[in-house]
Design a protein around this ligand. Structure first.
Ligand code: PAF
Length: 283
């Protein structure tokens, strides 16, 4: 695997592969890779012949009081892990390469509506930061396919919408969430948890599964399901931001007629803010 830091180097490599007829698959990440990211690369392998991963902690998607400065950065370990998965190219730009005029003054990409709900309500500007950097990365790499984790379900939905609305030619693939045996979804931010919080954290997934079981059993009182999920998390010691039942397709409000749903939750435990979701089909 080769590591490059410039847009120009990425373009040279990808254009050569394309001339040779290869399909290029891209996995954007913020680094500090774990088994969840490895599974994204493994998914990527099903869709092409050449693989690019980016490692870029994107300042634009962090709020002023969030963890940008402290976000775990482990470039050497990431390089070893990506090399072992068969990735061909690791793109690790610095902030000036992506935002030559600063992230505040960059041209922006926004998906109105979808970006302002759920995460967007509690992390203003976050989704615009994600769509802007992902659009830039797509223009740099020009992949045939890009893979994103379903753990960030809203992110995946917003990116799909951006790609459709802006007629981008990349195909977006969602990869299932990887979990510890406790049910806790793998995330770089799990390392902010204290040992006691680590024991508590799987309650999020258990609460989502309990809500999904109610829906599978035919319960369509979504307001009550949301309330009870939120209160369960509060009682367990979390500070929940939301516990919400939505249409999986577009994150609109679920009604008794909706068949494919997603239940999304975000909750804090001192330093860590955890998000998770469970998809559910109604009978
Ligand atoms: O999911 C992430 O790691 C980031 O939001 C992404 C998609 C790499 C954009 O910075």
């Amino acid at each position: 695997m080769e590591t490059v830091t410039t847009i120009r180097a990425v373009r040279e490599r990808v254009q050569a592969w394309r001339r040779a007829g290869a399909r290029v698959v891209f996995v954007p990440t913020m680094g500090n890779l774990h088994a969840g990211h490895v599974s994204l690369i493994e998914t990527a392998r099903r869709y092409g012949e050449r693989f690019v991963a980016s490692i870029f902690v994107n300042p634009m998607q962090f709020g002023p009081n969030e963890d940008f400065a402290h976000y775990p950065r482990t470039p050497r370990e990431d390089e070893g892990m990506l090399g072992a998965t068969g990735c061909d190219l690791m793109f690790m730009p610095d902030v000036a390469e992506i935002y030559p005029h600063g992230s505040e003054r960059t041209a922006r990409v926004e998906v109105p509506g979808l970006s302002r709900i759920l995460e967007g309500e509690f992390r203003p500007g976050h989704m615009e930061g994600v769509t802007t950097v992902v659009a830039k990365l797509f223009h740099i790499v020009e992949p045939d396919v890009a893979v994103f984790g379903e753990k960030d379900f809203q992110q995946l939905t917003v990116i799909r919408r951006m790609v459709a609305e802006l007629c981008m030619r990349v195909e977006i693939v969602g990869a299932p969430t990887l979990r510890e045996t406790s049910g806790l979804a793998l995330s770089s931010r799990n390392q902010y948890l204290t040992p006691a919080e680590r024991k508590l954290a799987p309650v999020i997934y258990r609460t989502l599964e309990a809500a999904a079981a109610r829906i599978r059993a035919g319960d369509a009182d979504f307001a009550s399901i949301e309330r009870s999920g939120f209160e369960t998390l509060e009682r367990a010691g979390f500070r929940p931001d939301y516990f919400s039942v939505r249409r999986a397709e577009d994150l609109g409000g679920a009604t008794a007629a909706t068949r494919t749903l997603v239940i999304l939750a975000a909750a804090r435990l001192s330093r860590a803010r955890l998000i998770d979701n469970v998809q559910v089909m109604r009978p």
